[in-house]
Design a protein around this ligand. Structure first.
Ligand code: TXA
Ligand code: MG
Length: 344
């Protein structure tokens, strides 16, 4: 299969390019498109055969439900029931935007394989002109996970999608680099209080300012069934082993020296302020003072590590306030919990 890449400017009103995507989706194909968080791989969510192509292209385990993307608020009631006042307040405050709300599902609407057998449905209205234009022309919901091979960092540029899925999908809409850079916050609205299942660009503080206190569901052990099934897998991982390291210049320098003594090459992902000259590669992802900027550039840096021949990667920790919570959540997964220890 040849993969076509169509450039779509963020403000473009080139209906032809959208129509081509709409036609392709209606023929039962998958299409990759930009959202404000990461690129998604979309298929019409009510069509089981189309949805199956998402799992096939990504190599995604079938027990992990997909987020259903919609273009208008009216659609919420078609697919979800028991919509609380708090949920309405969150939609009003943060949609379109990087927040996925999990509701009880209206039966027999969304294809069962899109929801992997759960009784709930996660809905989100993305805040990206290309995604919104596509959804509003299509007038149907799109099931769309991140458009990466399962286990790889989510794509924040069309070139990342191309690298992972070229030859496996027919079309990529290229809308440039995505803004948030980490996936949406997922919140379960079926419990009291609501529970954040995955931290993201809409922070706990932002949510609590609107609806009062919420819970945070922590990742469970691999044996238990997590409330958000995606949380149990190693994710976002580059090829070389990745270790977390404290944001302390002396410790980072010491770690580089240790690696070099063992003949290992080391790549570092960290803030601009900590750039250590001795590292074989240093990917500076933004200022320590600007966690949003670091979040936006994290996945690209993880992918850039794959372009080096580093034997190991050190990722510098940040503090976990605001978007730092989502940032560290993703780094922990990429590291599979491993921290660098100097004297092993
Ligand atoms: O920003 C995003 O959310 C991106 C863009 C493309 O919209 N999408 C994305 O999808 O990250 P994905 O499939 O890579 O991650 C979806 C996450 C998984 O952790 C999944 O377990 C959880 O959301 N999820 C989806 N539906 C759920 C449901 N009904 N109940 C609990 N968790 C759900
Ligand atoms: Mg994903």
């Amino acid at each position: 299969m040849k993969t076509i890449i169509l450039k779509v400017d963020n403000t473009v009103d080139d209906i032809g390019r959208y129509q081509q995507s709409v036609d392709m989706l209606k023929r039962g194909e998958v299409v990759a498109f930009p959202t404000e968080t990461v690129y998604g791989l979309g298929a019409i969510a009510t069509d089981e055969k189309s949805v199956a192509k998402i799992y096939e292209a990504k190599g995604r385990p079938a027990d992990n439900p997909l987020i259903i993307h919609i273009g208008t608020e009216e659609e919420v009631g078609h697919y979800a029931k028991h919509i609380s006042e708090k949920a309405k307040q969150l939609m009003k405050a943060f949609w379109p935007g990087p927040l996925t709300l999990v509701f009880d599902q209206v039966q027999n609407k969304i294809a069962p394989n899109a929801l992997s057998g759960v009784e709930t449905v996660g809905l989100r209205m993305p805040n990206h002109p290309v995604a919104l234009q596509l959804l509003r022309l299509l007038k149907l919901p799109l099931a769309a996970p991140s458009a990466n091979r399962s286990g790889k960092p989510s794509p924040t540029e069309a070139a990342h999608v191309e690298k992972d899925l070229q030859g496996c999908i027919p079309l990529i809409l290229d809308g440039g680099q995505t803004g948030v850079g980490l996936e949406s916050t997922v919140i379960d609205m079926t419990t009291t209080p609501p529970a954040i299942l995955r931290p993201g660009g809409i922070t706990k503080e932002m949510i609590e300012a609107v609806i009062g206190s919420v819970e945070v569901a922590h990742s469970l052990g691999k044996e238990e069934t997590p409330r958000s099934p995606g949380m149990k897998y190693v994710h976002y991982a580059p090829e070389a082993p990745l270790f977390l390291i404290e944001a302390n210049e002396d410790k980072v320098k010491q770690a580089v020296m240790n690696c070099h003594e063992k003949g290992q090459k080391v790549a570092i992902i960290g803030p601009n302020e900590l750039k250590v000259a001795a590292a074989d590669w240093y990917f500076a992802i933004g200022s320590n003072e600007k966690i949003e900027e670091m979040a936006m550039n994290l996945y690209k840096a993880l992918r850039q590590c794959d372009g080096t021949d580093a034997d190991l990667i050190l990722a510098v920790e940040t503090n976990v306030s605001g978007v730092g919570e989502a940032f560290m959540n993703r780094l922990h997964k990429a590291a599979d919990g491993k921290r660098y220890k100097s004297f092993e």
